[in-house]
Every structure is written in structure tokens, then in C-alpha cells.
Design a binder for this molecule. Structure first.
Ligand code: HEC
Ligand code: HEC
Ligand code: HEC
Length: 433
């Protein structure tokens, strides 16, 4: 029993989203059909395409400590894609994670979320893939998992234990907008696949608002997907509905700017949703209570005054003034919405500093909202700054302006430097440009 549990554990210890990078989309038009709209909401293209490749032809390499796996060709090509899938086959793959030939898919394909799709939406998606996506003849690369770890049967056990295979059930004690939002977030948007912490066997600790862990923040391939609940400092407690709408539609708001693996979501999915659907997502997210009581953030001018009066020439403060202040301001308030504030920013206050370190090391990938690229991106400091300097400057912004977050050590920077370096053999992910 213990042994087979271990097998499940090993087979499932994947890092979630692999080498996902910005896929600038040439066809920035609004979705033409209901199925295409749903494919946008499910962000299928982000995983099932490679930059510059044919849409949905697969081949995206996804990181895993066992070896790389690749997303598959889901165009209607009969030989290399899903052209011979019936509606039932497609449904079984998307909602239950079983391919046509019966093998279990790795949950890098977010079928535990898609399990909640309605029958009508699965049918509309099927029609889109069969009738509107052009077939692309492109054989699937072989997964690089050693044969002795490559058995897929433990996945059947895992599915039994952790996947709830029923469609979303409307909650009558909530209104239509809340229910629509819950459906979009939990099912198609698979927000929890990144934002909900995972247990020992890689299962999401909660699949809906019934669990306090739901969307409470999780580490993810060198980033931290932050808390999306009402937490006042580390969550969305101080974001207004308008802030959230702006972020999902444009990747910017007065509090922050999208980066890391969230770029895929904004480049390919949320800006294509209707205003009503975005509003519904926001209603649902705003209904999630905080996991812990945190005092509200209040701006404190002390850091700004110290930087202006003392004009530091060495140490962390000097690094901040020399490398960061030109864009983020001596007052830490940035120049919104293009140069985000660091004061009171939930990303900066996050108990997991991975996103901060990763961003300072490697900078940000392109943001392209419906075809328009963003002019301002965070530069990388991988070459200019040492691990100790990055630790110092990140600790400085975490302490300044009464941010009051814990300091960061050079060892944490050194670890992320290795795992995000394209020339290292310890790379977890190659998402940096
Ligand atoms: C987070 C990444 C990700 C997203 C998002 C995603 N997929 Fe997948 N999908 C995968 C991976 C990886 C596989 C292959 C898994 C394996 O080989 O075990 C896969 C496999 C599949 C398969 C099985 C195909 C075959 O070769 O037999 C289908 C069908 C599929 N996905 C459809 C979809 C649809 C439809 C959407 C959007 C609603 C979608 N996927 C979104 C990662 C993703
Ligand atoms: C592929 C993984 C992934 C998926 C899927 C994903 N996110 Fe994110 N999200 C992240 C990461 C990483 C960040 C941190 C970077 C940033 O702030 O842009 C983030 C940040 C955010 C933020 C900004 C929070 C803050 O405090 O700055 C919001 C809001 C958000 N996500 C909402 C969503 C919603 C809603 C969904 C589902 C529709 C979703 N995310 C799906 C990875 C993901
Ligand atoms: C040339 C201008 C520029 C400089 C210099 C710069 N940044 Fe940034 N930074 C940006 C831009 C633009 C963004 C938002 C877009 C993005 O994420 O790429 C950003 C984003 C950030 C974020 C994420 C905030 C959020 O939630 O969106 C942090 C944290 C950050 N920078 C810290 C730093 C630190 C620390 C330094 C100095 C070591 C620094 N930046 C130097 C332009 C700059």
C-alpha cells in the first residue's frame, strides 16, 4: 500500500506549467464562435502551441523533475492530431483526462478543473476544434520520462482519490453573476491550478470556495502565484473591483502589472472575455474571505524621507536609488499604471519572495494584449547584480514604506539563479527570453 502510494507520488511530482512563454497572438480579433470563446476562456492555446508554431499543434515542453513532457496536437489532423476523436472521446480527454487510446493524461493538462465544464460547453468546444481549427500535420514529440517512471496507471488511482468528475452545480444561495464567476474561475479558467497550494501528491488542496486553501497562493516554477482572496496585505483585499477588472483586461492597474506565468493568461485569455464575464469573475473573487486577519496596509513616508535626506552611497538603499528608483520612484509609488508601485504591493508583501527575486534576476517577458505590445517591461539584473546585492535590494523593498515583509537571503537568490538559467542543467523552466 505504502509502495503504491509512493508510485503515485513520484509519478505526479510535476512542476505545473512548463516552458510557457508569451505567445503573441497574430489573430487578435474577438472570438467568432461560442466554442472559440470557450477555448479562449480555457486558455487551451497557451499550452497547446509553441511560440511561432501553428495554433493548437502542441509540442510545448513542460518541465518535470522526472523528465520533460510535451503538450499534444489537438488540431483535427487525423494522423497526428485529434481528427478521429468523437465527441465522447474528446469529452473523456477534457473532463476525465483519458486519451482516445485509453492512456491517462498527466494532470499538466488541467482536467481536474475542466471536469466541472457543462455538457453544452464541451460540445461547443468540440465543434470549434473539429470545424474551425485548421488541421496541422505535426507528430507529437515523445515524452522524456524514463520508462520505469513513465507508467501512467498510478494516475487512475490519483483520479479516484482527488478528481471530482461532476459538472459545476449552481449554488442557489448565490446570484447568477457569482455562479457564472465561480464556473469561469473553477472550470475553464483553471485559476486554481496555479493559485491553489498543492498537497504531497500534487493534488490541489481545494477545488472551490468550500476550502480555505482555495486560491490562497502557491509556488509555481520559480514564481509565486499570489493569494487571490480577501487578505488585506498579501491578497486582493485592498484591490477594488475596478482594479481587478483593469488587471484582467489589460494586465495593468494602479496597484501592479502582470508578469511571470500570469502573462500567458493575459496574453491569450482574459482580455477576450466579455465585460459581463470579467465582472462575474470579479464578483466571485471578491466573495472569497481572507485566510488570516492582516492589518490593512498604510503608506509610511519614512523610507522616502531617509532616501532623500541621506542620499545613500552604499548598501541596499544605494542599490535601490541607483538601480530601481528611476522607474519605481524614491517614494516607492511608481508611475501607474505602467511603472507599478512597490509600496503596499501584494506581490512585494507576499510571504514567498520567489516572484520578486525571479523578476529582478530575469526581468519580464512581453505582454501583448489583443495584439498591442506593452512598451514598458521590467529589465533583468542577472548580470549586473550579485546574489547578495539582489537579496539586499529585494529585502530593502520588502522592508521599506512599512511593507514589513521578511528579508531575503542570498542563498534563495542563488537557488533561483541556477534554476532559471538556460545554460544550467538544473533548469526547471526555460521561460525567460
Ligand atoms: C496547462 C496546460 C494545458 C492547458 C491549459 C490545456 N491543456 Fe490539453 N493537454 C496538456 C498536456 C500537457 C497534454 C498531454 C498530457 C499527456 O501527454 O499526458 C494535454 C492533452 C490534451 C488532450 C489529449 C490529446 C491527445 O493527444 O490524445 C486533449 C483533447 C486536450 N489536451 C484538450 C485541451 C483543451 C480543449 C484545452 C482548453 C479547454 C486544453 N487542452 C488546455 C496541457 C494543457
Ligand atoms: C499559469 C499559471 C496561472 C494561471 C492559470 C492563473 N494565474 Fe493568476 N497569477 C499567476 C502568477 C505567477 C501571478 C504573479 C504574477 C503577477 O502578479 O502578474 C499571478 C497573478 C495574478 C493576479 C495579480 C495578483 C497580485 O496580487 O498582484 C491576479 C488578480 C490573478 N493572477 C488572477 C487570476 C485569475 C482570475 C485566473 C484564472 C482566470 C488566474 N489568475 C490564472 C499564475 C497564474
Ligand atoms: C527601466 C525601468 C525599471 C527599472 C530600472 C526597474 N524596474 Fe521594476 N518594473 C518595471 C516595469 C515596467 C514593471 C512592470 C512590468 C513588468 O512586470 O515587466 C516592473 C515591475 C516590478 C515589480 C513587480 C511589481 C508588480 O506587482 O507589478 C517589482 C517587484 C519590481 N519591478 C522591482 C524592481 C526592483 C527591485 C528594481 C531595481 C533592482 C527595479 N524593479 C528596477 C520597470 C523597472
Amino acid at each position: 500500500m505504502i509502495k503504491s502510494h509512493k508510485a503515485v507520488l513520484v509519478a505526479l511530482s510535476f512542476s505545473l506549467i512548463g516552458a510557457v512563454s508569451a505567445r503573441a497572438d497574430a489573430t487578435a480579433a474577438s472570438p467568432a464562435s461560442r466554442g472559440e470563446y470557450l477555448a479562449r476562456a480555457g486558455d487551451c492555446v497557451a499550452c497547446h502551441s509553441v511560440p511561432g508554431g501553428k495554433a493548437f499543434a502542441g509540442g510545448l515542453k513542460m518541465g518535470s523533475p522526472l523528465g520533460a513532457i510535451y503538450s499534444t496536437n489537438i488540431t483535427p489532423d487525423r494522423e497526428t492530431g485529434i481528427g478521429d476523436y468523437t465527441l465522447e472521446d474528446f469529452d473523456r480527454a477534457v473532463r476525465r483526462g483519458i486519451a482516445k487510446d485509453g492512456h491517462h493524461l498527466y494532470p499538466a493538462m488541467p482536467y481536474p478543473s475542466y471536469a466541472k465544464l457543462t455538457d453544452e460547453d464541451v460540445r461547443a468546444l468540440y465543434d470549434f476544434f473539429m470545424k474551425e481549427v485548421p488541421p496541422a500535420h505535426q507528430p507529437n514529440p515523445k515524452n522524456e520520462i524514463p520508462w520505469f517512471l513513465g507508467f501512467r496507471w498510478p494516475l487512475a488511482v490519483w483520479n479516484l482519490l482527488f478528481t471530482n468528475s461532476a459538472s459545476y452545480v449552481v449554488k442557489p444561495d448565490h446570484d447568477a453573476a457569482w455562479n457564472r464567476g465561480a464556473y469561469l474561475v473553477q472550470a475553464l479558467g483553471h485559476c486554481g491550478a496555479c493559485h491553489t497550494p498543492r498537497g504531497l501528491t500534487w493534488q490541489e488542496k481545494a477545488l472551490d470556495e468550500g476550502g480555505a486553501a482555495y486560491l490562497s497562493g502557491a509556488p509555481l516554477d520559480g514564481w509565486s502565484a499570489p493569494n487571490l482572496r480577501g487578505n488585506l496585505r498579501t491578497g486582493l483585499g485592498q484591490w477594488t473591483e475596478a482594479d481587478l477588472i483593469a488587471f484582467l483586461k489589460s494586465g495593468h492597474n494602479r496597484d501592479g502589472t502582470v508578469f511571470g506565468s500570469m502573462i500567458d493568461v493575459v496574453n491569450n485569455s482574459t482580455p477576450y472575455l466579455t465585460d459581463d464575464d470579467i465582472a462575474a469573475i470579479v464578483v466571485y473573487l471578491k466573495s472569497l474571505p481572507a485566510t488570516t486577519a492582516e492589518p490593512a496596509y498604510a503608506y509610511d513616508n519614512g523610507t522616502t524621507e531617509a532616501l532623500r535626506d541621506k542620499q545613500p552611497s552604499q548598501g541596499a538603499a544605494a542599490l535601490y536609488v541607483g538601480r530601481c528608483a528611476v522607474c519605481h520612484g524614491t517614494d516607492g509609488k511608481g508611475f501607474s499604471p505602467y511603472l507599478p508601485p512597490l509600496a503596499g504591493n501584494p506581490t512585494v508583501l507576499d510571504s514567498d519572495p520567489s516572484s520578486l527575486i525571479n523578476l529582478v534576476l530575469n526581468g519580464s517577458t512581453p505582454l501583448v494584449v489583443k495584439g498591442s505590445p506593452d512598451a514598458y517591461r521590467m529589465p533583468q539584473f542577472r548580470i549586473e547584480l550579485t546574489d547578495a546585492q539582489i537579496a539586499d535590494v529585494v529585502s530593502f523593498i520588502r522592508a521599506g514604506w512599512s511593507n514589513d515583509a521578511t528579508p531575503v537571503g542570498a542563498a534563495q537568490v542563488s537557488e533561483l539563479r541556477k534554476t532559471t538559467d538556460p545554460t544550467s542543467d538544473r533548469v526547471i523552466i526555460l521561460k525567460m527570453r
